[in-house]
Design a protein around this ligand. Structure first.
Ligand SMILES: [Zn+2]
Length: 490
């Protein structure tokens, strides 16, 4: 009954949701600058009668939209930032729209709109008499800057009882695993410039400091627990070899399965920074640019997601020819197929898209990735899922993912909308399910221990050197009709 309403609601808006996702795909903007996507999503939610609060947690493109009143309160999240360098046409060969330009290589155009479809469907349920509230949290800057950390710290999820969210992928399954907590740092060394041949004794090389630090990091790698990951890039190593570099900068990521372990490795890293500065006789500046928890799993919600998926069943991709070409462009994907349980690998291997729902392949595992959803999962029960928006074996952040996210991916997006909407609908109407999800959350540690990974005064615009955009989507000018108004004429 609940699921029927949800599916009907999403099917009745199929073309509007598709157009919205493709429009956001055509206007890719990166972290904290996503005014086009956030504007379209805010306008659509506002038109559907959601009460929308824009610019939350000091982030212009972050927003919270609510519909209904009273308990229980269920929520979903929408990401919508693009990636630099992944500009790509809808094509089965590498073909940027704009060389070096932004592109939706992680499918966040689908992510934001799929979740919106779910929230609107739950609003329809509430109109039909279901008690409770649905919240859509617009979460900018997943790819860089960890926007959700700031939203979580600001208390956006404090009155929400459970959240169900998703990510584009190449199969349909709940995500029951955890992942790595992370801290990101920028280190700048400051030395003294001089002529590298005529007066080297007068110079102090900032690049020497960075190289000594990186040598230290390499040695540190051997003496940290196994799942710890350390990586870096040098973003400024000087301008010319005949000038002793006065400034040099590098960026670092420190990942581990727990915040405690990240923080203990971080302490050692900070000492290594000081040591490298001493050796090179240069000044050091260290700035934490972002940080996040690993995800706390919630298998109760994972099971509910799987049940909803199996009730909906499979789906087909409208443009089969393009799907097959995109799949072919990936070549051999046998490594990626290892992610699937052995019994379904053969079924997936033969098809461009694998759209049968399967059980979570990652239950009990800690994936070698990080997401700012980790922070959300520390303060509210979080159910997660992936759907098949991309051809079998497509890696995220690839041009194939970008191409599919602007074409064949919309069918998987609508499937995600139905799955999330259906699961949230169940949480509103099945108090026992919600209580079980909350019980599991408490058993795994509850919300009390959450300590925001970023310092209180951290301003992401300042930290990342991004100009704060002007953003006022509800000022009445230039708002596009979204087709998202209530299904009934009331
Ligand atoms: Zn992503």
């Amino acid at each position: 009954m609940v699921l029927d309403t949800v599916v009907e609601s999403i099917e009745s808006r199929r073309s509007h949701l598709t157009d919205l996702a493709l429009d956001i795909w055509e206007h890719p903007q990166t972290a904290f600058e996503e005014t086009h996507a956030a504007g379209r999503l805010v306008t659509a939610l506002d038109e559907r009668g959601f009460e929308v609060d824009v610019g939350v947690a000091g982030i212009e493109t972050a927003f919270v939209a609510r519909y209904g009143d009273g308990d229980p309160v269920v929520g979903t999240m929408g990401e919508f930032d693009a990636l630099p360098g992944l500009s790509q046409r809808v094509s089965a060969t590498r073909e940027p729209v704009e060389p070096g330009g932004n592109g939706h290589g992680c499918g966040h155009n689908l992510f934001g709109v799929g979740s919106l479809g779910a929230a609107v469907a739950v609003a329809d349920l509430i109109d039909e008499g279901v008690d409770g509230t649905v919240v859509y949290v617009g979460t900018p800057a997943e790819e860089n800057g960890a926007g959700k950390t700031y939203l979580t710290r600001a208390g956006v999820f404090d009155d929400v009882d459970a959240v169900v969210s998703w990510h584009p992928g190449w199969f349909n399954a709940p995500t029951k695993g955890s992942c790595l907590a992370v801290d990101a740092f920028e280190v700048t060394m400051r030395g003294t410039s001089s002529h590298a041949a005529a007066a080297p004794e007068a110079g102090r090389s900032a690049l020497d400091g960075i190289q000594l630090l990186n040598t230290g990091v390499e040695y540190m790698r051997e003496h940290v627990p196994d799942p710890v990951r350390l990586h870096y890039v040098v973003t400024n190593g000087g301008d010319a070899p005949n000038v002793v570099p006065p400034d040099a900068t590098a960026e670092y990521l420190i990942r581990a399965p727990s915040r405690d372990l990240v923080e203990s490795v971080t302490d050692r890293f900070r000492r290594a920074v000081d040591g490298a500065g001493l050796m090179a006789d240069v000044g050091v500046e260290i700035t934490q640019t972002s940080g996040a928890y690993g995800v706390r799993p919630n298998e109760t919600l994972g099971d509910a997601v799987y049940e909803t998926m199996t009730e909906i069943g499979s789906f087909s991709v409208a443009d089969e020819a393009l799907a097959a070409e995109l799949r072919d462009s990936l070549g051999d994907v046998s490594d990626a197929l290892e992610d699937l349980p052995p019994e379904v690998r053969d079924r997936a291997a033969d098809r461009p898209y694998f759209t049968d729902p399967i059980e979570a392949p990652d239950a009990g595992e800690v994936g070698a990735y990080s997401t700012d959803s980790g922070d959300v999962s520390q303060v509210v029960p979080l159910g997660r899922l992936r759907t098949a928006t991309w051809p079998v074996g497509t890696p995220p952040h690839s041009w194939q993912a970008a191409a599919a996210s602007g074409s064949t991916g919309v069918d998987g997006m609508l499937y995600a909308a139905k799955t999330i909407g259906g699961t949230l609908g169940r949480l509103l109407t099945d108090p026992e399910l919600l209580a079980d999800a909350v019980d599991e959350f408490e058993r795994r540690g509850g919300a009390e221990a959450y300590a925001p990974p970023m310092p209180d005064d951290a301003d992401p615009y300042e930290l990342l050197g991004i100009e704060r955009p002007t953003f006022d989507p509800l000022d009445g000018s230039g708002a596009d009709a979204s087709g998202m108004e209530a299904a009934d004429d009331d």
